[in-house]
Design a protein around this ligand. Structure first.
Ligand SMILES: [Ca+2]
Ligand SMILES: [Ca+2]
Ligand SMILES: [Ca+2]
Ligand SMILES: [Ca+2]
Length: 316
């Protein structure tokens, strides 16, 4: 599971670092740079990279015998006729609140995420709240590879960098053509793509120590999207994780109905998608909803106050 470490524990690392800052005042603390300034700089750097680099699209269009469907990036040479990636990427804008990185400034900054599908998968696309069976390689704009996996592994997207997770949802997966007794899969027609991520959708001023990623570095991920689990229900409470994004902003960490009770009782802070008793009334969410034979979920509201029982501590 080595490949998970660098990506998954972003928030844990951030917390640990902010604690040690308080404990040791001999280390000079450099204030974070303004998010809007960093985004503008990152976007210019990513765009310059896309204008000056191409990938092996001709091999993807006309695959030679034995082609491994791995993306190779190279520098354009003026007049060589290769198409720069800037003409092939798509993009999406995502608002980032500075509070996500515990910054002192209080701003919301639009960030542009770029992505490119080298091979469209034959299957469906995951949501931001699904588990995907994916392999990946992460690198910097200077070509340094900082992380990667050689085989597919299951990744629950809400635990991963936001830019990475949103990027993966832009691709289609393949299909599982065989499952062997040892649990391994054979997948055909997976998606292959690239994601270009500004630091505000990655680590910003808190890259993992020793990772080779510097403060405010934009990241590139090559991904191979094999499978996904449709309507992933991570906490097994009967409600698919995507439906636990109550404010519908694509971030599952900021929907926590019983935060006040968790504070009072000293519980861990569990956002709804990883909380099997979303209102902490002692009755599991699964017992406060009804799922019929077709899988349709209904949400009883016993006291008629407009708040469904599973989110309502006083529904009696
Ligand atoms: Ca949310
Ligand atoms: Ca909770
Ligand atoms: Ca839940
Ligand atoms: Ca409950």
């Amino acid at each position: 599971m080595k490949e998970r470490v660098a990506l998954v524990f972003t928030l844990v690392l951030m917390f640990a670092q902010s604690c040690s800052d308080d404990d040791d005042n001999t280390i000079p603390v450099v204030p974070p740079r303004p998010m809007a300034e960093v985004e503008a700089e990152n976007d210019a750097d990513i765009r310059e990279y896309l204008e000056t680099h191409y990938y092996n699209y001709e091999e993807f269009q006309n695959p030679p015998a034995g082609f491994d469907y791995k993306i190779v990036l190279d520098t354009l040479i003026k007049g060589d006729g290769n198409i720069p990636m800037i003409e092939q990427v798509s993009s999406v804008n995502l608002a980032v609140e500075s509070s996500f990185f515990n910054l002192e400034e209080d701003v919301t900054v639009d960030h542009t995420l770029y992505y490119l599908s080298a091979r469209d998968g034959v299957g469906g696309s995951p949501t931001i709240a699904d588990s995907t069976f994916t392999s990946y390689e992460g690198s910097l704009l200077n070509g340094l590879v900082f992380d990667g996996s050689t085989t597919y592994s299951w990744q629950y997207l809400p635990f991963f960098l936001r830019g990475y997770a949103v990027g993966v949802t832009k691709f289609n997966v393949g299909e599982n053509v065989a499952t062997f007794p040892d649990g391994t899969f054979e997948i055909e027609g997976s998606g292959v793509g690239l994601i270009f991520i500004p630091s505000g959708l990655a680590y910003f001023n808190n890259p993992p120590i020793g990772s080779g990623i510097d403060l405010y570095d934009p990241l590139i991920f090559q991904v191979n999207t094999g499978l996904y689990e449709e309507n992933t229900d991570y906490d097994n409470d009967g409600i698919p994780s995507i439906m636990e994004d109550l404010n519908n902003d694509g971030i599952l960490a900021n929907d926590n109905t019983d935060l006040e009770q968790e504070r009072t009782t000293g519980f861990s802070f569990l956002p709804n998608h990883i909380d099997s008793d979303d209102d902490q009334d002692g009755t599991p969410t699964r017992d406060e909803i009804i799922i019929d034979a077709n899988g349709t979920i209904t949400f009883p509201d016993t006291d008629g106050d407009g708040i469904p029982d599973y989110l309502d501590r006083d529904n009696s």
